[in-house]
Design a protein around this ligand. Structure first.
Ligand code: GMT
Length: 385
């Protein structure tokens, strides 16, 4: 077997990510799980057990990063503890490569780890996946920009989750590297429309239409638009709204729903593990984000046959095809989003949009995307020899 094929068949990969409900952590965890299912050994290195890694699998490992406390540390140096853990895992588990998700601070910690390993005679190439706000929001802030630029340029392989994010990266940073676009993916075994009639009945006892939004409730998600769209749709068609997730905007959005006098038809469900169960009951998914590099939550909805009404920013139009899997509109264009939602909800249109949403989701099926990562790993390893 050639060197290339040997790596392609079996690799030991360290995955660094945020372990929380955020999109980048979900993508990293699902990627690791899928690679492990193919026989690769996957070592997660992060400060908590990733949320979707709550079971045993012989090919999956979790290495916790501990940041020692000391009275001098107003800002505990997580990045240094992370780099140290990467060095230890790479060395003692004989990792072939490190794949870090979300540039800050993972890409610069990986650079540091790689340099330390080199002094020990160990070469471990680094692949960095840029997910969105690490480029479009936080990353380009002058407090981080030089380090982000440097660490992207020092990575052995760089990916973005959409063409739009690739262009944003070149626009905002002096990046010389070739960027590979590898979009978010979906496991259609898990995300499929299930029969949840009893749940739908409990939420929509009069057979009302059901609108859903899921996010981490950050400003960038424009949840106020979700509420305004719903308030208008509800005037025309009996409907309910479910909001899944939690975050900084939740309290003010609960207040806004009271001001709009829609509380009796809106439920804030908080964070849920089995979001596919809620999506299985939904008729339209709303994603009015101000910025969105891909829109994984919309892909999850589409896989459950829920058409999407979204804004047209960033990478969303690469996923949600206007007039097919749903509709897109300018950020903040409530009137257009209301019009589109009402169009989809019409009984004669809904079945077609449902089928088309699923058809679109199928193009992002896990088995189509996973080989793209494996091919990049093989290419990076080949170069590092
Ligand atoms: O905004 C989020 O939901 C979290 C954020 C993250 O990095 O944790 O998500 C980003 O990465 C996701 C996975 O690649 C993308 O699907 C989201 O579009 C992206 N969010 C933004 O660009 C705002």
């Amino acid at each position: 077997m050639s060197f290339f094929l040997a790596y392609f068949a079996y690799m030991k990969i360290g995955i660094v990510c945020y372990p929380t409900f955020g999109g980048s952590g979900v993508v990293a965890t699902e990627l690791g799980k899928a690679l492990a299912a193919k026989g690769h050994h996957i070592h997660f290195i992060t400060y908590n057990q990733p949320v979707r890694l709550n079971f045993f699998d012989a090919n999956l490992y979790y290495h916790a990063v501990y940041v020692p406390n000391y009275p001098l540390f107003q800002y505990p140096p997580y990045e240094l503890a992370l780099a140290s853990e990467m060095v230890k895992v790479a060395r003692y588990q004989a990792l072939d490569l490190l794949h870090v998700h979300y540039a800050i601070p993972h890409a610069s910690a990986a650079f540091l780890a790689k340099q330390i390993l080199l002094t020990q005679g160990i070469t471990v190439p680094v692949v960095t996946t840029l997910h969105g706000t690490d480029i479009t929001l936080v990353g380009k802030d002058p407090s981080f920009e030089p380090v982000v630029t440097f660490s992207i340029n020092q990575s052995d392989g760089v990916t973005t989750v959409s063409e739009s994010l690739k262009q944003d990266t070149y626009a905002h940073f002096d990046v010389k590297k070739d960027i590979h676009v590898i979009p978010n993916f979906i496991d259609l075994e898990r995300f499929r429309r299930q029969d949840k009639g009893h749940f739908k009945m409990a939420i929509c006892p009069q057979n009302e239409k059901l609108l859903v939004h899921t996010s981490n409730f950050r400003k960038v998600k424009r949840i106020q638009d979700v509420l305004h769209v719903f308030a208008e749709v509800r005037k025309k068609i009996p409907s309910k709204l479910l909001l899944v997730g939690d975050g900084p905007e939740r309290a003010s959005m609960e207040m806004l729903s009271r001001e709009l006098d829609i509380t009796q038809d809106v439920r804030f469900l908080g964070k849920l593990d089995a979001v596919e169960e809620v999506l299985s009951t939904a008729d339209v998914f709303l994603m009015p984000s101000e910025s969105e590099s891909f829109g994984l939550a919309a892909l999850e909805a589409m896989a459950c046959q829920v058409p999407v009404v979204s804004s047209n920013v960033g990478g969303i139009p690469e996923l949600n095809i206007d007039g097919f899997s749903g509709f897109t509109a300018d950020v903040g264009d409530i009137a257009a989003m209301v019009r589109h939602t009402l169009h989809i909800l019409a009984d004669e249109n809904l079945p077609t949009f449902r089928a088309q949403a699923l058809a679109r989701a199928e193009t992002f099926e896990l088995s189509k995307i996973l080989p793209q990562y494996e091919a990049l790993y093989a290419q990076v390893l080949e170069k590092a020899r």
